[in-house]
Design a protein around this ligand. Structure first.
Ligand code: GLU
Length: 488
């Protein structure tokens, strides 16, 4: 039997990290077993489902590299199939019309509460005669369809993550609604019902989803039995928790997968991190792998029951590893949009060589793509502010050093090959130590005493004609009375 799994997001919001991680585990399991990964969009909730969320989900899965073999299959296009399936259960006597009004149900729940009981449907319309049904219908009442759940039933399955799971029928809240209210016919199907019909039709062999669906699984198993269909295997994956151990939510600053993209994470790092959210490879020291590599090693035996804590530091570390090992051209492509949205002026095509030089310079210092904005500001913008240390260094250097450098530059063509000669010439002509020249250049050109390689930075600035104005700015800074006073 070939493995068939699915991810079944509801398009009531953007692709969430929890859904994406469930998709990762499904994808890994399918790949590991040479099976199929199917995408189904559960859009029967017409009020909350939006096409833009579907779009976001499809784009998010694609961005992460979670390609699907079949789909997307839309539940909204299968309503006739669900209605037929409801009819099948009605015909079998396993489902029935319930005419109870909302007010009656509320009263029932209030009485249960008064008796200290948990709220549940009391199966009051399970055995109506056809005359009673007709009388309710004649009153103009609409009916939901309920599926019979026997209180005495014990539902047991062997979960691939959580081992033996057991539920009592009496804990499932009474006969369950499988189709919404309708006056004569069969209303829209509810989640638990449509899922089972789809999973049967799509021949899903393994249902892999978040542990928040455990109670649904108990109900769904009863539905499979009612249809006389084979029951798939189930794997309930641990929730993703924030650092305080609560379910990761909007308050943690991330909801959609694209929030991570916005924050400067690359898809490969994020998806790599997601594989580790609840799973560990047999060699637990191995942390960096592609989806394909993870798929080779993946099994549910190594998926934890306990919630998976979301560790930003680890994600940052993984992201930095991917950025540091990325070919310069690829990293440049990724950084261009960030520089553009920072408002830096450049021609992505005409300045390509220069941009790649800049990327070679700063790439190894990046943790997130967004870091490149601040790190490269001084290479794009004319104005330069001095850090306190740099300002001190400028004063120590004095204007003459910078005048000397400018004079040499007037007579030499600054290139990768000549730059060392230029420095030597300045040292000689100015009769100053190399350290002073280098520190002063760093202060004047970069405005800070820390940062990337000075020589490379100078060459990059030079190509944009930013070096001479910076040296002039350093001279002006030193001759300003305000700054001169500061040094005394
Ligand atoms: N639409 C459900 C969700 O988004 C799918 C659950 C399932 O996988 O059965 O949670």
């Amino acid at each position: 039997m070939s493995v068939r799994v699915r991810i079944a997001p509801s398009p009531t919001g953007n692709l969430h990290i929890g859904t994406a991680r469930t998709a990762v585990f499904n994808w890994l399991f399918a790949q590991h077993n040479g099976g199929q990964f199917i995408l189904r969009i559960e859009d029967t909730d017409t009020e909350r489902s939006r096409p833009e969320y579907t779009q976001n989900i499809l784009e998010g899965l694609s961005w992460l590299g979670l390609n699907w073999d079949e789909g997307p299959i839309f539940q909204s296009k299968r309503l006739d199939i669900y209605a037929q399936a409801v009819q099948t259960l009605l015909d079998k006597g396993l489902a029935y019309r319930c005419y109870a009004t909302e007010a009656e149900l509320e009263e029932m729940r209030a009485m249960q509460k008064a008796r200290g009981e948990a709220p549940r449907y009391d199966n009051r319309h399970r055995n109506l005669t056809s005359e009673q049904q007709a009388a309710f219908a004649a009153e103009g009442r609409s009916a939901v369809i309920r599926f019979k759940i026997e209180d005495g039933r014990q539902i047991i399955w062997n979960d691939m993550v959580r081992s033996e799971m057991s539920w009592r029928g009496s804990d499932l809240g009474g006969d369950m609604v499988i189709a919404r209210a309708s006056v004569n016919g069969i209303g829209q199907p509810l989640y638990n019902f449509a899922v089972v019909v789809d999973d049967m039709d799509m021949k899903i062999t393994h249902v892999i989803r978040g542990e928040d669906h455990i109670a649904n699984t108990a109900k769904q198993i009863l539905l499979y039995e009612a249809f006389g269909s084979p029951i798939p295997e189930f794997a309930h994956t641990p929730l993703i928790l924030n650092i305080e151990g609560r379910k990761l939510s909007k308050r943690d600053g991330v909801t959609s997968i694209f929030d991570f993209k916005q924050m400067g994470f690359v898809a490969e790092a994020l998806v790599n991190y997601m594989t580790l959210l609840g799973w560990s490879p047999p060699d637990s020291t191995q942390e960096i792998f592609s989806l394909k590599e993870a798929a080779e090693l993946f099994s549910f035996e190594r998926v934890n029951k306990a919630g998976a804590k979301f560790d930003w530091a680890k994600l940052d570390w993984l992201n930095s590893q991917y950025l540091h090992n990325m070919p310069v051209a690829q990293l440049t492509d990724l950084l261009i949009p960030y520089w553009q949205s920072a408002g830096y002026e450049f021609d992505p095509v005409g300045d390509r060589t220069w941009l790649e030089q800049l990327v070679s310079l700063i790439g190894a210092s990046l943790t997130r793509l967004t870091d490149a904005v601040e790190m490269s500001r001084l290479f794009f913008t004319k104005s330069l502010e001095y850090s306190e240390e740099a300002a001190i260094q400028l004063q120590q250097a004095g204007a003459t050093v910078f005048q000397g450098i400018l004079a040499v530059l007037d007579n030499v063509q600054l290139t990768e090959a000549s730059i060392q000669d230029v420095i030597k010439q300045v040292i000689k002509e100015q009769n100053v130590k190399k350290g002073l020249v280098m520190r002063s250049l760093r202060a004047a050109l970069m405005g800070d005493m820390h940062g990337p390689d000075l020589i490379q930075s100078w060459l990059i600035l030079h190509q944009r004609d930013l070096d001479k104005p910076r040296l002039q700015q350093a001279i002006a800074h030193n001759s300003s009375p305000a700054n001169a006073n500061k040094s005394t």
